[in-house]
Write a protein that binds this ligand. Sequence first.
Ligand SMILES: [Zn+2]
Length: 390
Amino acid sequence: MLELLWLLLPVAAASGWWVARREYTGRRRRTTVRNAEYFKGLNYLIEDKPDQAIEVFTRMAGVDRNTAEIHLALGNLFRRRGEVDRAIHVHANLITRSSLTAEQRRRAMLELGEDYLRAGLFDRAEELFRELVEQPDHTQVALARLIHIFQQEKDWRQAITHCDRLKEIGGESKQRETAHFCCELAEEAAAGGQDEEARSWLREALTRDPDCARANLLLGRLAMRAGDYRAAIVAFQAVERQDRGYFPEVIKPLSSCYDALGQLDQWGAYLREVQQRDHGGRITDALVDWLLRQEGEEAAFRFLERELQEYPTLLGLRRLVEIQLGRGMGAGYADLHVLHCVSAQMLNSAARYRCANCGFIVKSLPWCCPSCQQWNTIKPMPDLVMKTSG
Ligand SMILES: [Zn+2]
């Protein structure tokens, strides 16, 4: 009997080997099939066919419930296709699994945070990103997302703190953005009558970004409100040196300041100085106003004739026609009335501001572009008309 058992041993070993081999072959076949499906899904992604990719990954997720990568990919695809609820469902389920590695859990948290952001659930997204910010591999991304959330919530202090932390760890320096956050805080303080606090925020803005024209624009307005027209002129003139594109924003208040001080000669001299650098329509327009007031209609007319030959602008053209009509030229030239109407309509319907980053056009000035979310990219549109050759 014992001999018989000894005889059976090789058979048992052989059968064990055969079973193991069968399992190995089956496993390998399943793995091969899974890999093939996975690459099929990836190919769909590369070919920008998210619907087909979702189909493949959903099928895979149904068969293989343990593969985190597939669920991550599937959730991301749902989010990309705008199905945020389904993306949240996939990523939230994934996080609850005990089989995940620590890194897989953090990636799932990151993706779930993105889903919440897309859904506008900022408090939930903030909670996840605050946890992730403490994980060295994800700190930069989590900080960037938190800064985005604090901007949406207009929590400017938190936005500044997190921008500073991002810079500390060697991330992107957001000096332009933080200067604008300081300006936002200054505007809030000024609206509440706290002018000194507002000035303090504006000085902080200029420390962070010496080119922040908005800070000087606001400093000028605060100085005007306090009746300190000299200080207002200094601040408004700084805007032109910092960023000439914003100069049209300060022409009117500057004119009022010089007027209040009775210094119209200085105003004229300053305008002529700026005009050496910039022949935009709004500067021409301001100079015409000054000439009409100080030197009379003939001087304004002669100036416009010369200026428009070299630097034609729609605004300048309208002023020229207005002066001619005012001098009684309209009776002899019916076309002048038509020209005046057309130029006035064109100026009224023209958008005044455009984002240099994405081309978004708007009629009033937002400091953060509603389309591309960039700060300081929306500026007054130049109205210099291009001359045709010959
Ligand atoms: Zn934009």
